[in-house]
Design a protein around this ligand. Structure first.
Ligand code: HAS
Ligand code: CU
Length: 550
């Protein structure tokens, strides 16, 4: 049983994460409606000043704040439970939480006040208020302290179990944070050496290309920082929730080690169209992106095989029809299986993006938000929602207010996202740009106009789904009964970790060692990024002044 302090810590992170998500979905609705021709910005000006203000809030709150805070809360909880010990330092854990929250407040002031309307990618020479950069940097530093605490915790565990394999869920959580800690060096360098001194007026100019290279050094692997916690749940919890077992524990470890090695040296796939980076290096990043596709294919195989064991144990038959026998009445399972289904399409779209030449067709078009809403907006967000359907009842000691409402909510997310992302993908193929107030643009085309209402409809369904989600959680806290109920339900239970058909004893010892994999990761990063970074650092004239284009 996790000690109470870890529970409170996780609850604290969840509260911040969910407040951010709330802000993120409200602004999302405004953007979807604008695309459908319903421009609500003028009447809302006192709150959101413009489309770009809204879009900056939407991106930062959803993909930077909601994800990061959720992940810090969830994986510290999971690691402590999987190892069966408290975090090595509770004091450090709480200090970290307050550092991150303080950083968030600092960044939020200019963001909300329209002084950091630079979107979640904050490309210079657009220049935000310094507090935005310093605040976000503090959040990143906080995540490093989480890594430290997790590493110290696993060392305590190791000293007591010198021979045993690290329990899978703890191993995966550690890989996630170690990978992220290396990955975030890019954004840290961008902030510390470029954006912070420049926004404070200590240096006169900056450089767009070098900043973008450093940003995407972190900006690609951050997507796996979001995804891997969902994978932790898909591998170690969902099989058991579905009444089955994990198909292969060693294969799951292989997949995570491949993410550790391959997540970072591929950031140029966001910069295929950027001048100033040699084609050969872009091509290498394209190949390595195809390589990082592989651990997700392993995951596909392993997770589907695990779900199948559950469905067959529940009487499922046939090659495909067993799928219907999954426990679809459990909103936590339904959310995560639906998240997986849409992720298959998001992954395929990712391959299109990664293909050097096909990227030219989709880059900077609506296809890209189509892709990112299937991945981070569904695989990750809908999975996290599914996790909260057991985590919030457990932490609060109160049963979920309504399972049926939760089921309706997850299906609405699924349906809304199918409509929304399909429309964006198609509009992207028709050349409609992303990040544009398209509903009022002078060059809006008739063929786009036929599809744009679907963006508004899909977005509205997603908004309703999100509101039902928050309603259910709030009612759980204020109106639901705690403890054993008349129906004989006990106190809200936690899903146990899944047993594996092929367990950790089949995993070769090398899979539990860090040095060879870390070394391999660093060598690949040095090859893929070294020459370009060295050249840019040596030749870049830092002469771009800051612009306020909003
Ligand atoms: Fe991506 C752009 C390539 C995965 C997020 N991506 C973005 C952006 C975001 C994002 C936010 O190469 C926009 C950034 C911006 O603002 O500019 N992406 C990929 C590739 C993958 C990929 C190759 N992306 C993700 C994930 C994200 C994410 C994950 C968030 C969490 N992406 C790109 C590229 C760009 C890009 C380019 C730049 C484009 C441009 O031009 O700007 C791969 O990792 C995907 C692998 C996934 C799979 C799917 C496996 C399926 C599983 C579920 C199986 C279970 C089922 C159950 C289906 C191979 C594991 C069903 C049951 C049955 C019975 C069947
Ligand atoms: Cu990427």
């Amino acid at each position: 049983m996790t000690p109470a302090s870890e529970n409170r810590l996780t609850a604290a992170y969840l509260i911040v994460a969910l407040i951010a998500l709330f802000g993120g979905v409200v602004t999302g609705l405004l953007q979807a409606l604008e695309h459908a021709g319903l421009n609500l910005y003028p009447p809302l000006t006192p709150v959101v000043q413009s489309y770009y203000h809204s879009l900056s809030l939407h991106g930062v709150l959803n993909v930077l704040v909601f994800t990061t805070f959720f992940i810090c809360g969830f994986l510290q909880f999971i690691t402590s439970r999987a190892l069966g010990i408290p975090l090595a330092s509770r004091r450090l854990a709480w200090a970290t939480f307050w550092l991150m929250t303080g950083g968030l407040v600092l960044a939020a002031v200019p963001l909300v006040g329209n002084a950091a309307t630079v979107l979640f990618t904050f490309y210079p020479p657009m220049r935000a208020h310094w507090a935005f950069y310093i605040g976000l940097t503090l959040v990143v530093v906080g995540t490093w302290l989480v890594t430290l605490n997790l590493a110290l915790t696993s060392r305590v565990w190791r000293s007591r179990h010198p021979e045993a394999r690290t329990p899978l869920a703890a191993f995966m959580s550690l890989v996630t944070f170690v990978m992220w800690t290396i990955a975030s060096a890019g954004i840290a360098a961008e902030m510390l050496f470029m954006l912070i001194p420049w926004s404070l007026g200590l240096v006169a100019g900056t450089d767009a290309l070098l900043a973008r290279v450093l940003f995407w050094f972190t900006g690609h692997p951050i997507v796996y920082f979001w995804l891997l916690p969902a994978y932790v749940s898909w591998y170690t919890l969902v099989p058991r929730q579905a009444g089955g077992r994990l198909f292969s524990d060693p294969l799951a470890r292989v997949s995570f080690i491949l993410f550790l090695v391959l997540s970072i040296p591929i950031g140029f796939h966001h910069q295929f169209t950027d001048p100033g980076i040699e084609e050969g290096w872009k091509l290498l990043h394209a190949f390595l992106t195809f390589a990082v596709f592989f651990p997700s294919l392993l995951t596909f195989f392993n997770v589907v095989a695990s779900l199948e064991t559950g469905a067959r144990a529940r009487g499922g038959k046939g090659w495909i029809t067993w799928f219907a026998k999954l426990p679809w009445g459990d909103p936590s399972v339904a959310a995560q299986v639906l998240a997986m289904l849409l992720f298959a399409f998001g992954g395929i779209g990712g391959l299109v993006n990664a293909s050097f030449n096909l990227n030219l067709v989709v880059h900077n078009t609506a296809w890209i938000p189509g892709h990112l809403h299937l991945t981070v907006g569904t695989a990750v967000t809908l999975s996290f929602m599914g996790i909260t359907y057991w985590l919030v009842p457990f932490l609060s000691g109160r049963h979920l207010w309504s399972r049926r409402l939760a089921l309706a909510q997850v299906w609405l997310w699924f349906v809304g996202m199918v409509v929304f992302s399909n429309a964006l993908h198609r509009l992207g193929l028709m050349g409609m740009p992303r990040r544009t107030m398209i509903g009022v643009s002078a060059y809006i085309q008739a063929e786009w106009q036929a599809i744009l209402p679907l963006v508004g409809i899909g977005g509205s369904i997603l908004f309703v789904s999100a509101m039902l989600y928050f309603l259910n959680l709030v009612l759980t806290l204020v109106a639901s009964r705690g403890g054993p109920t008349a129906e004989g339900r006990g106190a809200p239970a936690l899903p146990e970790f899944a047993e594996a058909l092929s367990g950790p004893e089949h995993a070769p010892a090398i899979l539990d060692r860090w040095r060879p994999w870390l070394a391999l990761a660093l060598v690949l990063i040095a090859i893929a990024y070294g020459p370009t970074l060295v050249r840019l650092a040596a030749t870049t004239p830092f002469n771009a002044p800051g612009l306020r284009v909003w």
